[in-house]
Design a protein around this ligand. Structure first.
Ligand code: ZN
Length: 93
Protein backbone atom coordinates (compact mmCIF):
# COMPACT_ATOMS: atom_id res chain seq x y z
CA UNK A 1 0.00 0.00 0.00
CA UNK A 2 1.50 3.36 -1.00
CA UNK A 3 2.42 5.86 1.62
CA UNK A 4 0.01 8.72 1.88
CA UNK A 5 2.20 11.72 1.29
CA UNK A 6 -0.57 14.26 1.45
CA UNK A 7 0.04 16.26 4.60
CA UNK A 8 -1.65 19.49 3.54
CA UNK A 9 -5.34 20.05 2.86
CA UNK A 10 -6.90 19.61 -0.56
CA UNK A 11 -9.21 22.27 -1.89
CA UNK A 12 -12.71 20.82 -2.39
CA UNK A 13 -14.97 21.51 -5.32
CA UNK A 14 -16.30 25.04 -5.20
CA UNK A 15 -19.72 25.25 -3.57
CA UNK A 16 -22.67 26.71 -5.46
CA UNK A 17 -22.67 30.46 -5.02
CA UNK A 18 -19.08 30.60 -3.87
CA UNK A 19 -17.28 33.92 -3.74
CA UNK A 20 -15.20 34.57 -6.82
CA UNK A 21 -11.85 36.04 -5.94
CA UNK A 22 -10.05 38.45 -8.23
CA UNK A 23 -6.72 37.03 -9.34
CA UNK A 24 -4.05 39.59 -10.08
CA UNK A 25 -0.55 39.48 -11.44
CA UNK A 26 1.81 38.93 -8.50
CA UNK A 27 3.74 41.84 -7.07
CA UNK A 28 7.48 41.55 -7.12
CA UNK A 29 10.27 42.69 -4.89
CA UNK A 30 8.66 42.24 -1.51
CA UNK A 31 9.30 39.85 1.29
CA UNK A 32 6.47 37.33 1.40
CA UNK A 33 5.91 34.75 4.10
CA UNK A 34 3.81 31.73 3.21
CA UNK A 35 1.94 30.74 6.37
CA UNK A 36 -0.07 27.83 5.02
CA UNK A 37 -0.57 26.02 1.76
CA UNK A 38 -2.69 23.37 0.16
CA UNK A 39 -1.38 20.02 -0.99
CA UNK A 40 0.96 20.17 -3.97
CA UNK A 41 -0.24 16.85 -5.36
CA UNK A 42 -2.87 18.94 -7.15
CA UNK A 43 -2.17 21.01 -10.23
CA UNK A 44 -3.37 24.15 -8.47
CA UNK A 45 -1.82 25.03 -5.13
CA UNK A 46 -3.07 27.83 -2.87
CA UNK A 47 -0.98 29.59 -0.27
CA UNK A 48 -1.85 31.95 2.56
CA UNK A 49 0.75 34.71 2.39
CA UNK A 50 1.63 37.76 4.41
CA UNK A 51 3.75 40.73 3.41
CA UNK A 52 4.15 44.09 5.06
CA UNK A 53 1.49 43.47 7.70
CA UNK A 54 -1.16 42.51 5.16
CA UNK A 55 -2.28 39.19 3.78
CA UNK A 56 -3.34 37.68 0.51
CA UNK A 57 -3.82 34.31 -1.13
CA UNK A 58 -1.49 33.13 -3.84
CA UNK A 59 -2.57 30.62 -6.45
CA UNK A 60 0.03 28.63 -8.34
CA UNK A 61 -0.87 26.54 -11.35
CA UNK A 62 1.91 23.99 -11.68
CA UNK A 63 2.93 23.44 -15.27
CA UNK A 64 5.84 22.09 -17.20
CA UNK A 65 8.36 24.89 -17.47
CA UNK A 66 7.13 27.89 -15.57
CA UNK A 67 4.28 27.88 -13.06
CA UNK A 68 1.49 30.40 -13.48
CA UNK A 69 1.17 32.51 -10.34
CA UNK A 70 -1.61 34.88 -9.36
CA UNK A 71 -2.59 36.53 -6.11
CA UNK A 72 -5.60 38.23 -4.57
CA UNK A 73 -6.00 41.78 -3.39
CA UNK A 74 -4.46 42.54 0.01
CA UNK A 75 -6.51 42.18 3.16
CA UNK A 76 -5.89 42.52 6.86
CA UNK A 77 -4.34 39.41 8.39
CA UNK A 78 -7.63 38.35 10.11
CA UNK A 79 -9.56 38.87 6.86
CA UNK A 80 -6.98 36.79 5.05
CA UNK A 81 -7.43 33.89 7.47
CA UNK A 82 -11.19 34.12 7.02
CA UNK A 83 -10.78 34.00 3.26
CA UNK A 84 -8.34 31.12 3.56
CA UNK A 85 -10.94 29.16 5.51
CA UNK A 86 -13.47 29.99 2.80
CA UNK A 87 -11.13 28.67 0.10
CA UNK A 88 -10.49 25.46 2.05
CA UNK A 89 -14.22 24.89 2.46
CA UNK A 90 -15.07 25.59 -1.18
CA UNK A 91 -16.83 28.86 -0.37
CA UNK A 92 -14.36 31.04 -2.28
CA UNK A 93 -12.20 30.39 -5.26
ZN1 ZN B 1 -2.41 15.67 -1.80
Amino acid sequence: MPLNRCLSPHVPLAQAGHERLTWLEPRTGERVRVKAWTCDCRATVYGLCTAGGQGFIRRTLQREGSPEVHETHRWTIPQTYEMWAAVLSGMAR
